[in-house]
Design a binder for this molecule. Structure first.
Ligand SMILES: *[C@@H]1O[C@H](CO)[C@@H](O)[C@H](O)[C@H]1NC(C)=O
Length: 321
């Protein structure tokens, strides 16, 4: 895909807006190519309304948020296709290959990726995913019938595919099993609330919101409280093995985003912040020694708020030009 990161992101935001029935953001920001919007509108709305086992054709660039069967049939060579999959925060995605009729020997492929990749940036970042990068790609042609079903580690996954011959086709059956311990998440909506808990595990979890938002941390409880305060001699959160960071940026990879705030002390009661970036992330770093928990809510910034922030360049480090 030759689209820029912003174009890809807007495609996703557009699809999510239609799915959520909330088009305020795309209308306010005039990011809508008219034709694409009306096309998506009718097809995605049908996707929501259908209650039976849902099935529809898969497009070369697509977004899937429902369980069902999605069939791609090439009407010409399609060398660079990508479908984004997203589920609710507490679910993962399974993708099963069915009726695959592609020419693996001739260079065709269907690859499931455990996460999202946009312009080379990955979510979850390589740092925060438990699998090495190579193992996050499962190519139908390499694994053949050995792995007919691929399961994601979080609520997002992607399928890349390439077919050289008209008439080639395949079907993907998508399901969304419950994930009792969600860690890395991309929000489907521009507003909502979430409580992230890391139960004595040495891992880091990120909650990513691909909209400019105000975020309100309602409660933060880090098991280390007493331990850390005694030892604390450095400024900020340096030295804390357990903390929460708020990140802002205009890409997907949390390891390339800028810190807006570091929080390493317990509190109750809201701390809030407006972040005008394309992507806002709440990331919890956990040493594994404690049970850590952060509860937060978020809402979309309106146009006036965004303009106010953009007018004050001190506040805005997400100027995208
Ligand atoms: C979690 O993140 C911290 C800081 O970003 C890093 O030092 C640590 O190695 C990470 N832990 C794991 C398990 O990846």
């Amino acid at each position: 895909m030759e689209a820029t990161f912003r174009e890809q992101l807007f495609f996703i935001v557009l699809c999510l807006s239609v799915l959520n029935g909330d088009t305020r953001y795309i209308q306010e920001n005039e990011i809508t190519p008219e034709g694409l919007f009306s096309l998506l509108n009718s097809e995605l709305k049908r996707e929501i309304q259908d209650e039976l086992i849902y099935s529809r054709p898969l497009r070369c660039l697509d977004m899937v948020a429902l369980e069902g069967q999605f069939t791609f049939t090439a009407d010409r060579p399609q060398l660079s296709c990508a479908a984004f999959f997203i589920a609710e925060p507490n679910r993962v995605i399974t993708v099963e290959y069915d009726d695959v009729d592609i020419d693996c020997g001739g260079g065709d492929f269907i690859k499931v990726f455990d996460g999202w990749v946009m312009k080379g940036e990955k979510f979850p970042s390589s740092q925060d995913h438990t699998l090495p990068l190579m193992e996050r790609y499962v190519d139908y042609c390499d694994s053949g019938t050995a792995r007919r079903t691929v399961r994601s580690s979080q609520n997002v996954a992607m399928v890349f595919f390439r077919v050289h011959t008209a008439g080639s086709s395949f079907t993907l059956t998508v399901r969304k099993p419950v994930n009792p311990f969600p860690c890395n998440i991309i929000s489907q909506t521009p507003e909502g609330s979430f409580t992230m808990v890391i139960p004595q595990q040495h891992r880091n979890c990120s909650f990513s919101i691909i909209y400019p938002v105000e975020i309100k941390i309602a409660e933060l409880s880090l098991g280390h409280l007493n331990d850390f305060h005694i030892k604390k001699s450095l400024p900020g959160c340096v030295g804390a093995g357990d903390f929460v960071e708020l990140l802002g940026g205009n890409g997907m990879d949390t390891s390339k985003m800028l810190p807006v705030a570091d929080l390493c002390y317990n509190f109750n009661g809201p701390a809030q912040m407006k972040i005008s970036c394309d992507n806002t992330v709440v990331r919890m770093v956990s040493s594994g020694k404690f049970v850590n928990r952060v509860a937060f809510e978020y809402r979309l910034l309106d146009r006036q708020e965004l303009q106010r922030i953009k007018g004050n360049s001190l506040e805005d480090f997400c100027l995208t030009g």
